[in-house]
Design a binder for this molecule. Structure first.
Ligand code: BES
Ligand code: ZN
Length: 835
């Protein structure tokens, strides 16, 4: 027996004042077999009445609510067959916790205003209306919102009619195409719009009043990116309109509701004259990510959350492809390696990692897989698959997949079958399914070790983890390598499916993972590493290879495979002068190592190389922005200033001091504003703290406001760190932003020790504040990943696993955090003994 929803007629009476809404829903269902019970989902809803109509007769079911399972059970006296209409009247809550149909607050001219908005993914449509809250149960939605006359309503489809009744109006929207519940959207408030069109498609950016001046650039991006995807997928944007809506309180960064995408303000809005290059690029990639979902996720949806990666990996990979096509000068193709691939690898080199494809059931389990494996590893594996199949074959496969499953659901098998089919048509002999399956169903990834052999070289694979306990594992690795012989370069491709393999060649040296499309690391022997360093320095291999070599070396160091001197020596000898974004990667690594070794004997060695690196950089690009430079230079300068400031470079300290007031008053280029705040905080006292706090409270520009807040976590005085922690839980910091300060303190040598006691003291409060649905609680556990010592490990484990403190939402994060602490402990001990 199965009850399948076909159409929802939904009428809701939102009301921000009483924080409660009334709703009526009629669900038209098809019934396979016969049903004496109908099970829907409902969460925090009060059911007023229920009726089931079938075959011309109506009955009143017995209503049961299972709070634990979030189910609404209708028990029927007379079984129903074929078709039934379920009618329910209910009351729901506009909570302020960022899920369901929630209330968001903002200030306008000093006055508090409210708006109502929804966040349903993954399992909270059920908090707005009783429904079959399963992504595979697609249906048509016909929505009416009854609202105050002076307000505006937004949903997935355009408004069909407005009927004014007294001081209210009934806004009826056009019926949606068949879609999943988690993608439905409702927004009610005082919105302002900036509109444009792309052919027949109407695109708008919606903001709360007064922020429209920040909408022009995102609107342009949206147009450019929709048109990219239409061409790339070979499928028109499926709906008649598209809205991009900036929401003042928002738990994630952005959400792909079909035709009504919601964003945190900082991830969408751009002041054309006062936004840094990195914030612009961040907004562009966020917009491109959610737009990719309009096809991947919204038009074709995963059958169940086990295949969440089908949504998120694609959006991650596609957004980089899309933005790179429109703005190649931002170098996002290379940035993908340092942001996404390395983040994916960093998550996947834990022994507690999980396969991309996982079984999940409960809402908490579903939420826990919106993680670096589904996003960054998944995205990286797609890049590898694209490289393996060939870009055109891959694209045609995606087109086939989207066409065949439009308005429906699909699984991973559907995806690789589609790509395999295209490969077959083109006569390519590939094992798309086999390769994809292994990488998607196996946890972790391999390291390939190169050694000399009699007739050339030999390679061997084993699993790579930072702890190094688990080494078993065999992957079908598509390997591309460059063989260099007497000035001649040859590129070859093999599928490496065994433990060991001989590469028969007379080449003087080999660069494995040529092009860096593969999700694996390489360990070279010392002499080979020197040859590669020389080849990089003399530009025989380029920055793509440099990114791979440096990233592998850094992680091999953390895993205790190579000595600190080898890593630092490589940077000093070959990589002091590098281009974007390899320079960002090296900067991140040197900064992280410097922070990690703070107070240890080896710190001096790290500092020396870091100072040499950053001073060389600043000499080259200058402290002050220059009008004609590209975005990468602006972004790198911000990094260099911040890093030198943290290293207490006198010139930079002085520069920050001189410009602090100017930065507060918008009298510096926005690209160096954040670094000036950061350095001022790092070298600042209570007076600076109070000034930054005051500026934060007044600020309305999203980017500036957030980075002022971040700066509050960067002071080195312990008392100031305590004050920052107290401030983060005050009413002056929005719930959505309360994580920034603890996050900064986690890598602040002065604040690090305060974090655990503070978390323990406030844990029950945090646990209550961040109910499931906000996805925020695990981040506080993650902030403990920088701790070290077996005593800390034990303390953290005992505290969070105790009955009173435990919650399923942190289960996975806790396991990973404990492993990271063990890794830190081992690495610190080892550094002490080996340097
Ligand atoms: N579908 C997600 C939003 C989401 C995340 C819903 C977690 C429920 C739980 C959205 O497409 C997304 O991935 N947003 C990202 C931004 C993106 C640019 C990586 C986010 O919110 O971080
Ligand atoms: Zn996404």
């Amino acid at each position: 027996m199965e009850v399948l929803p076909q159409k929802y007629e939904l009428k809701i009476y939102p009301d921000a004042k009483s924080k409660k809404f009334r709703g009526n829903v009629s669900i038209y269902t098809k019934i396979i077999g016969s049903a004496n019970k109908i099970v829907l989902n409902a969460k925090e809803l009060e059911i007023k009445s229920a009726e089931v109509i079938s075959n011309g007769s109506s009955q009143i079911p017995k209503v049961k609510l299972d709070k634990e399972k979030q189910e609404l059970i209708l028990e029927l006296d007379k079984p129903v067959k074929k078709n039934a209409v379920i009618k329910i009247e209910y009351v729901g809550i506009h909570n302020e916790e960022l899920y369901g149909f929630y209330l968001s607050k903002y200030k306008m001219n000093g006055k508090e205003e409210t708006l109502l908005t929804t966040q349903f993914e993954s399992s909270d449509a059920r908090a707005a209306f009783p429904c079959f809250d399963n992504p595979s149960m697609k249906a048509v939605f016909e929505l009416t919102l009854v609202i105050d006359k002076e307000l505006e309503a937004i949903s997935n489809m355009p408004v069909k009619s407005v009927k004014v009744i007294g001081d209210k109006k009934e806004v009826l929207f056009y019926p949606t195409p068949k879609m999943s519940t988690y993608l439905l959207y409702m927004g009610v408030g005082k919105f302002e719009y900036l509109q444009s069109s792309l052919g027949k498609l109407k695109i708008r950016v919606a903001t709360t009043p007064g922020k429209l001046k920040y909408a022009k650039i995102p609107l342009l991006y949206a147009k450019q990116f929709v048109s990219f995807y239409e061409k790339y997928f070979g499928i028109k944007y499926p709906l008649p309109k598209l809205d991009l809506i900036a929401i003042p309180d928002f738990s994630a960064g952005a959400m792909e509701n079909w035709g009504a995408i919601t964003f945190r303000e900082i991830d969408l809005l751009i002041d054309p004259d006062n936004t840094s290059a990195s914030s612009r690029i961040n907004a562009a990639t966020t917009i491109a990510h959610e737009l990719a979902h309009q096809w991947f996720g919204d038009l074709v949806t995963m059958k169940w959350w086990d295949d969440l990666w089908l949504n998120e990996s694609f959006a991650t990979y596609m957004s980089s492809k899309c933005v790179n096509a429109v703005y190649p000068e931002w170098k996002l193709n290379l940035n993908f390696l340092i942001d996404e691939v390395s983040t994916g690898m960093s998550a996947d080199q834990l022994e507690s990692t999980h396969p991309i494809n996982v079984r999940v059931k409960s809402p908490e389990e579903i939420e826990s897989i919106f993680d670096r494996i589904s996003y960054e590893k998944g995205g990286s594996i797609l890049m590898m698959l694209e490289d393996y199949a060939g870009p055109e074959t891959f694209r045609k496969g995606l087109h086939r997949y989207l066409k065949e499953h439009a308005y429906g659901n699909a699984t991973k098998f559907d995806l690789w079958n589609a790509i395999q089919k295209e490969a077959n048509i083109e006569g390519k002999r590939l094992k798309v399914g086999e390769v994809a399956k292994a990488w998607i169903e196996k946890a972790g990834y391999p390291i390939v070790k190169l050694s000399r052999a009699e007739k050339g070289y030999s390679i061997a694979q084993e699993r790579f983890t930072l702890l190094g306990k688990t080494k078993k594992g065999l992957w079908p690795i598509p390997i591309t390598y460059l063989a260099y012989t007497k000035g001649k370069k040859d590129v070859a491709k093999i599928l490496f499916e065994t433990k060991n393999k001989l590469i028969n060649t007379k080449a003087e040296w080999l660069k494995l993972n040529f092009g860096q499309k593969g999700f694996y690391r390489v360990k070279y022997y010392d002499e080979m590493l020197t040859l590669l360093g020389e080849a990089y320095k003399s530009k025989i291999i380029d920055d793509v290879e440099g990114i791979g070599i440096e990233s592998d070396l850094y992680n091999l160091l953390i895993a205790r495979y190579i000595k600190l001197d080898i890593y630092l020596g490589f940077i000093r000898n070959y990589m002091l002068d590098t281009e974007y974004p390899l320079n960002m990667q090296i900067a991140n690594h040197l900064t992280a190592l410097n922070t990690f070794t703070y107070g240890m004997g080896v710190n001096q060695k790290v500092r020396d190389v870091a100072l040499a690196y950053f001073r060389n950089a600043i000499k080259k690009i200058g402290i002050n922005p220059n009008e004609n430079e590209d975005e990468p230079t602006k972004i790198f300068r911000a990094k260099v200033i911040t890093s030198l400031g943290f290293l207490e470079d006198d010139e930079i300290k002085d520069f920050a001091k001189r410009n602090f007031e100017n930065a507060l008053n918008d009298k510096v280029d926005p690209n160096i504003r954040n670094p000036i705040f950061f350095v001022s905080a790092w070298n600042g006292d209570n007076e600076v703290f109070e000034k930054i706090k005051e500026a934060y409270l007044k600020e309305t520009l999203p980017e500036k406001k957030i980075y002022l807040l971040v700066s509050l976590g960067l002071f080195r005085d312990k008392q100031i760190c305590q004050n920052a922690l107290a401030f983060t839980l005050s009413k002056d910091v929005k719930l959505q932003d309360s994580f920034y300060i603890p996050n900064e303190l986690s890598s602040n040598p002065s604040g690090k020790d305060l974090l655990l006691p503070w978390l323990k003291e406030n844990w029950l409060l945090l646990k209550e504040k961040f109910s499931a649905g906000t996805h925020m609680l695990p981040r506080y556990v993650d902030a403990l990943s920088t701790q070290r010592g077996y005593d800390k490990l034990k303390e953290i484990k005992e505290f969070f696993t105790s009955k009173k403190n435990y919650t399923p939402a942190i289960k996975k994060e806790l396991r990973e955090t404990l492993e990271r602490i063990e890794i830190n402990t081992l690495f610190a001990e080892w550094l002490g003994n080996n340097s």
